[in-house]
Design a protein around this ligand. Sequence first.
Ligand SMILES: [Zn+2]
Length: 144
Amino acid sequence: MKRRARLEPGKLLVRRTELKRGDCQMKRTPLRSVSAKRAAENRRRREMKNELWPDGIRPRCVVPWCAHLADDIHEPLTRARGGPIDHPDNSEPCCRDHNGELTREPEWGYRYDLLIHSYDQRPLAQQAADRRAKLAAWAPREAA
Ligand SMILES: [Zn+2]
């Protein structure tokens, strides 16, 4: 639009046309903190946890040399690797320390199938069975 009147010093500019967007009449919808899909997934995870370990009784940490009670549920096939967070065969009780340590991918995590590579083709039930066999076979080293 071409300006017809000259700008005068000290005179305020006045809008002559309405804004097409961005006025306060627009409907504002707040963002959800969790998507509906993720909320449903979290609900199934809570139900699974209550089925596996009812009455809020905490099992022992899955790491065989750990004597602590579990604080968290560890997923050997992580969500980032496409693992489900609400599947009993992909859930192991874990203390907070070991869950944090497993996040840093120690060698022993892969050795005991507590960490699974994304390219591992075994079904979850087979991974869980192999993991339980390897954990059961663990024995403390004889003191020399
Ligand atoms: Zn532990």
